[in-house]
Write a protein that binds this ligand. Structure first.
Ligand code: ADP
Length: 485
């Protein structure tokens, strides 16, 4: 049955290139299914590498015209796109839940979050300032201007199908760049709906190109094509490393939002209820499938049992099911592969001596639904300590001292987000400064917002998205030296 949309025109089984809706020349397609039901939702084109190259050429052709507009004119188009996203929030959320599985309430929230990047960067477009620098030699003037970098490519994941696009394309478009966006195979319809709205907002042909196709072939073209001047990627560290290597020959600027292994530290002096509420939001949102999800709960001896008991109570109150049903808080995992990894992590921890406090296996609904799980007394050599689970499993590790907690937290190649709960002001700064991460939640379990810089250190990536910093990645600095005055 077709999706119940107020505006069926938002659901497009075609790609958007150079202002036209196209299919693959050879007719190849990719099937998209609903992870909650397994039902077929539709097909999107599987473009060849050459056709991805055509999309880059279309973006390049549109570049001069878009960049020549004033920032205020670009901002007006982005503002209309923001408003259209808000007006169509319900349909966009329904498309997202159908292809991604998250509960409708979360999908509605993601549409607001995604739209906020368009609004924010519409405003930031007008604040791309340069500099004048006192001359080093008399008779000279030294001027610094910022210019759009050129065509950007965005390769985005399935866990936030809309927000990961607007967080990249918003600053790109605002800066005066044109782009080629390649969404994940699992969630292309959310992306294509944005192209429909961008067109309605008056975005000129070729500014917003959205293509679907084989991941590896599209990635090769977007990395190797010399017309692409910047690649922004969100996904796994494994694929990020492949893309960085593929970008090396053409010396591309890159932004990489990669995997995490977030510690969530609960100190003895924490507000227990607040820590449990933060843990629930950080761990179980999107069924544990976010790159900033708490992956390791480090809990101090004195509060360990009380925290475990309260967490289990909260986890048992979660409702697993199809995201379109009322009251559901936990959708399915995205795929069988994802389910397999979650189960392997749980089995491995149990084999090494962890206790299952709740959950521990597939949910009675079957499919890729997983029972929200809490594990206690997990040993540090368990796989779940070093590898991102990306599912609804909270492993509790025990520690004694602050120094031990910091050492455990940093004992990973990753450094995206970290969280901790304490009411000691001195400890707030000691721990926040010691954590090797790009983002710290202190007595907060959800920290993402368009106004703050999102990004990681170490193997979690390069660059920052959102905030006043997020537009820098789409700009080049040009120095003008004017002599003979
Ligand atoms: P996840 O675990 O979130 O699926 P991936 O890194 O596998 O993380 O995927 C993130 C995005 O990268 C998706 O759009 C996926 O299709 C794409 N992708 C996967 N492999 C490659 C590749 N070799 N080249 C380019 N893109 C890829």
């Amino acid at each position: 049955a077709p999706l119940p949309l107020k505006d069926p025109g938002l659901f497009r089984e075609a790609n958007h290139v150079g202002g036209r809706w196209i299919t693959a020349r050879d007719g190849a397609t990719i099937a998209v299914t609903n992870p909650a039901t397994g039902a077929l939702l539709g097909h999107v084109p599987s473009l060849s590498r050459a056709e991805i190259g055509d999309a880059v050429a279309a973006a390049h052709a549109a570049q001069a015209g878009w960049r020549a507009r004033t920032a205020k004119e670009r901002a007006a188009v982005l503002r209309r796109l923001f408003e259209l996203m808000i007006d169509n929030q319900e349909d966009l959320a329904r498309i997202m839940t159908a292809e991604q599985g998250k509960p409708l309430a979360e999908a509605r929230g993601e549409i607001l979050y995604a739209a906020s990047f368009i609004e924010w960067f519409a405003e930031e477009a007008k604040r791309v300032y340069g500099d004048t620098i006192p001359q080093n030699v008399s008779g000279r003037r030294i001027i610094v201007q910022k210019e759009p970098i050129g065509v950007f490519a965005a390769i985005t994941p399935w866990n936030f199908p809309t927000a990961m696009i607007t967080r990249k394309a918003g600053p790109g478009w605002a800066a005066g760049c044109t782009g080629v966006i390649r969404p994940a195979d699992d969630t292309p319809f959310s992306a294509l709906a944005i192209a429909v709205l961008a067109e309605r907002a008056g975005m000129p042909p070729g500014v917003c190109n959205i293509v679907t196709g084989d991941a590896s072939e599209s990635g090769k073209e977007l990395c190797a094509n010399p017309l692409v001047r910047k690649l922004s990627f969100t996904g796994s560290t494994r694929v990020g490393a492949i893309l960085l290597a593929q970008c090396a020959p053409t010396i591309k600027k890159t932004s990489m939002e990669l995997g995490g292994n977030a510690p969530f530290i609960v100190f003895d002096d924490a507000d227990l209820d607040a820590a449990v509420a933060g843990a629930m939001a950080s761990k179980y949102r999107n069924t544990g499938q976010t790159c900033v999800c708490a992956n390791r709960f480090l809990v101090q001896d004195g509060i360990y049992d009380a925290f475990a008991a309260k967490l289990v109570e909260a986890v048992r109150a979660l409702k697993v099911g199809d995201g379109t049903e009322d009251g559901v808080t936990q959708g399915p995992l995205i795929s069988r592969n994802a389910l397999g990894k979650v189960q392997r992590h749980v089995d491995d921890a149990v084999k090494r001596g962890a206790r299952v406090l709740t959950g521990g296996g597939g949910h009675a609904l079957g499919g890729t639904f997983y029972d929200p799980t809490v594990l206690a007394d997990v040993p540090r050599d368990a796989d779940i300590f070093s590898d991102e689970t990306f599912g609804p499993v909270a492993p509790l590790f025990r520690f004694g001292t602050e120094a031990e907690a910091i050492a455990m937290a940093n004992d990973t190649p990753f450094g995206l987000a970290g969280y901790f709960y304490t009411r000691d002001v001195g400890r707030v700064f000691r721990v926040a400064e010691a954590l090797e991460v790009g983002m710290v939640g202190i007595n907060e379990g959800i920290i993402s917002t368009e106004v703050a810089p999102f990004g990681g250190v170490k193997a979690s990536g390069l660059g920052r998205e959102g905030s006043k910093y997020g537009i820098d990645d789409y700009l080049e600095i040009k120095f003008l030296c004017l002599g003979g005055i």
